[in-house]
Design a binder for this molecule. Structure first.
Ligand SMILES: Nc1nc2c(ncn2[C@@H]2O[C@H](COP(=O)(O)OP(=O)(O)OP(=O)(O)O)[C@@H](O)[C@H]2O)c(=O)[nH]1
Ligand SMILES: [Mg+2]
Length: 253
């Protein structure tokens, strides 16, 4: 079972324009700092946050309990001009877990409700013995030589985005999520996705849009170790000169 937390800034839309629109650069700084801050606190417990929309972030939070979530909310309230609400859900697939996390928060009021402040809505928490996270770290082959050092930066960025869109479209059908994590890298929480499914997705994308991908897959009882095993998987693929495009590693305690 995977546990996911939706982190949502309370009443952010209205706040950004009250009493007058705030400078965009200041909003960008607030959002980047909030992401780094929440990431640091969730990472202390081996969770992993994806910045998603910045005003809404999704995190894999296996190992974090109610108190852990509350402490983050309190710390943000004490130091920022905004507060955050959270919804927590668990399921067999990441898609289902974030759906439950969203629904349980939505029941407590809207994102732009003046009455909703610092809600912590927990549908369920994963028990230690049921905790399982599978992460795929997906990466474009040879982006530096084929794109970064050749074509304009914006065009490379556009192609990375295109790869992301294709990956998301195919992964969501299997209950898996996909987040851009920088450079030419994507991270997919993907409990229940088989190696065969992932291989097929990578092959299809190469055929459809000519972007060659590889993926390290990691498994553990928490997000941090699963992502780390996925990174090691990618290194294995590189060492074998991309002969296999998917490599799976399991963390045994
Ligand atoms: N977030 C994140 N970014 C990375 C990571 N590794 C590399 N990057 C970024 O992605 C860029 C591309 O790196 P690589 O994927 O190693 O380079 P490549 O040219 O595609 O080479 P191969 O992937 O080995 O075929 C780097 O310049 C970094 O900016 C990582 O583990 N995480
Ligand atoms: Mg690469």
């Amino acid at each position: 079972m995977i546990q996911m937390t939706l982190i949502q800034i309370d009443n952010y839309g209205p706040w950004t324009v009250t009493p007058n629109p705030r400078n965009e650069s200041d909003l960008q700084i607030l959002q980047a700092e909030l992401f780094a801050d929440v990431q640091r606190q969730i990472a202390m417990k081996k969770g992993l946050v994806f910045y998603t929309r910045f005003d809404n972030m999704l995190a894999v939070t296996n190992g974090l309990n109610e108190e852990d979530h509350m402490r983050i909310q309190r710390s943000i309230r004490n130091r920022y001009p905004i507060t955050i609400s959270m919804g927590v859900g668990t399921a067999k697939t990441p898609y289902e877990a974030q759906k439950i996390a969203t629904e349980v928060l939505q029941k407590n009021g809207g994102a732009q409700s003046e009455d909703r402040t610092e809600i912590l809505a927990i549908d369920s928490l994963v028990k230690p013995e049921d905790s399982f996270v599978q992460m795929a770290h997906i990466d474009i082959n040879g982006i530096t030589e084929s794109l970064t050092d050749i074509i304009p930066a914006f065009d490379t960025n556009f192609l990375v985005n295109k790869a992301q869109h294709y990956l998301m479209t195919k992964l969501i059908e299997k209950g898996a999520l996909l987040f851009f994590i920088g450079g030419d890298n994507f991270m997919s929480p993907c409990n229940e996705l088989t190696t065969k499914d992932l291989m097929e997705i990578i092959e299809e994308i190469d055929e459809e849009i000519d972007i060659p991908l590889k993926a390290g897959v990691g498994r553990s009882d928490n997000a941090e170790d699963a992502a780390y095993m996925a990174d090691l998987g990618l290194e294995e693929i590189r060492e074998r000169n991309n002969e296999e495009l998917v490599y799976v590693l399991e963390k045994t305690n």
